[in-house]
Design a protein around this ligand. Structure first.
Ligand SMILES: Cc1cc2nc3c(=O)[nH]c(=O)nc-3n(C[C@H](O)[C@H](O)[C@H](O)COP(=O)(O)O)c2cc1C
Length: 181
């Protein structure tokens, strides 16, 4: 029913993203999970397989940790190779038209640091403009990102708190996906 593209370079050591994915797997929703690093450890994306996966679903969730105010490199590689001319855009490039595009990510630093005069200067949503426009360009239905803060081991919450917030994040996603069924 939904496709989840998981991009985490070190998923075994993940707390936040792993908790989210495990919670989704325990839900009764039918979600196809594609773990990009497990599938493509050398970054060589199977474009046909990824496009076929997209065609099977009406909703795509992009699940990842926020890296350098953006997505992990393998997910950028995925977009560069999979969202191509005559598939995602162009005269015949309407294959993704009307599908839901849901960013779902975890942010290391706390929200109060994502302010003009603070360390990270911009709101998280300001860093998501590229995602939003990518979705529009592919004629997809952009859904506001689901995310939470404080997942960094160094300057975030403790493990228990991160897991708790990740569970709540997953509940939000489950509610969102259930509405879309
Ligand atoms: C390469 C790298 C870049 C990161 N960049 C950011 C960043 O730009 N902003 C931020 O708040 N956290 C940043 N972080 C922290 C991650 O977002 C955080 O570790 C992640 O959300 C934790 O999720 P996990 O438990 O699933 O690994 C970065 C971490 C790494 C390893």
């Amino acid at each position: 029913m939904a496709l989840l593209i998981l991009a985490h370079p070190n998923f075994n050591k993940s707390i936040a993203n792993k908790t989210i994915v495990e919670r989704l797997q325990k839900s009764n929703l039918d979600i196809e999970i594609r773990n990009l690093h497990a599938l493509y450890p050398d970054f060589s994306i199977d474009v046909q397989a990824e496009q076929d996966a997209l065609l099977r679903h009406n909703t795509v969730v992009f699940q990842y940790p926020f890296y350098w105010y953006n997505m992990p490199a393998i997910l950028k590689q995925w977009f560069d190779y999979v969202f191509v001319h005559q598939f995602a855009y162009g005269l015949q490039g309407d294959k993704l038209k009307g599908k839901n595009f849901i960013p779902s990510f975890t942010v290391g630093a706390f929200e109060d640091q994502y302010r003009t005069l603070e360390k990270h200067h911009f709101r998280v949503l300001e860093f998501c403009k590229n995602l939003e426009q990518t979705a529009y360009f592919a004629q997809m239905n952009y859904i506001d990102p689901v995310y939470f803060h404080g997942t960094s081991g160094v300057s975030g919450y403790g493990e228990y708190e991160i897991k708790d917030r990740a569970e709540r994040h997953a509940e939000k996603l489950i509610a969102l996906l259930s509405e879309m069924q």
